[in-house]
Write a protein of this length. Sequence first.
Length: 499
Amino acid sequence: MEHPLRSIALALVSFLLLSFTAEGQLIPVRTVPVASGDQFRLLPSQSMGMGGVHYAVDDSLADGWSNPAKGVGVEAAFIGSPTFYGISQRRGAGRSFPVAGLFSGSEWFGGAMMALQQVENTDGSEIFWGGPTIDVCCWGCCGPQRTLAETFGRNLYVGGYVGRSLGEGPWSLGFGLSAAALDAMDGVDLLYAGADRIEQSGTIGDLRVGVHKDGPRDRLSFLVAHNRVSMEHDVTFTESFWDDSLMVVVTDRRLELNEDKTRTWAAQAEWNRELATPGWRVGLSGTVNYKSHPKIPNYTIQNIPRDPGNTWAYELGFGFSVTQRSSTFALDVALQPIWSNTWQVADTSDVTASGGRLRVGDRSIENDFFFTNVAMRTGLSHRVDKVALQLGLDVRSYDYTLDQTDRVEQTVRDQSESWIEWSPSFGVVYSLPSLDIRYAARVTTGTGRPGTRGDVFLAEPALESLSSGADFILAPDGPLTLEDARVTTHQISVRLPVR
């Protein structure tokens, strides 16, 4: 068996891996409370029903995908996990069908997966007045009927990782590569208020190298990752104005091309230890991200276009778990300080407006963000014979200050924003000798459809979402307003061990 398994594992190097379930390595940066729909939650996790706790809890289903070296010792299996999420008031939905295989030998191990996904954006026109949304289809308000491509977006994900135990010792080494072809990324529609049509296309790529040590009481792992997001947004606006010469309302269509690019380098170190007290375990995690933003789209909600930038994001996490007989309780706490700087480069119009104080290429507007985000997760699992029940809660607090300097108008302004997302979850696992059937659900509240005070615009129903791979970093042009939304996610997974 060793030689065939080695060949299979080596062949998996050619597969591509996207860290769909990775927690903590890619730190999201968000300046607007876009509701989180789990577009990238494809493969199952043992702790999804427990709020996603992971600092002091092993997860044989998800660990290998987040750090390839942690795939050592994972039992060979085939997994299917249909996943569905929906936005309240029929504002959008997503459906995914991933399949995966895990392979293990005496020295080599690995995994491969593929997933098809359909992202749905509902039809209709709405006006958001900074408060409730009302349906409207007045003369001159409604654009052309939505096409199939505007209503449904198809995404394709493929992935794999490969690793090897290093000699007789407890160390293992793993590699992963990734790619995804996307026709839709959730949440983008929401930030182009008033657009008639939004066409998206692009790719996400990810490269990971991990090292893991599995000792008698201590576990230690290191990871270095590089993630690339490259999306294009073709946005069409319909604008109506009064023509004095013709004495009629004239309608004009405008096409705006936007690029969304982010390049992230990430490093993470994790350690956990079984304490002398039976059943107790503690864990620590430290993560650093450097993000460059060569292209940030000209979202309607912000007040500056064509702005690049860069970000330094950190996460320090602590967690513990206690297992007594058939019950496990776990708690995670993470602090995320983030510094981000974006700017607009002056063109000839800015130079003219500044009265000669600027030259072409100078920074005409500069935004300095400082975030103090906090994440808390807790979960409980209790097994009764062949059935395990799970309850959990994931709470994320976002808080930032924005210092904006406008060197054209010679003005300075400060803005502070904060919000909290609440995600209770539930799970049940039914274990049989030949398979495991798992169901998990979670509901996210506290976010929704963001705008700014004084906005009166037409808005298409949005696919509000966020993932560990998506950043929404923009400078709002005023105090944020919010229409609440609720996102519900269901995942059913079947695991067939290969013995």
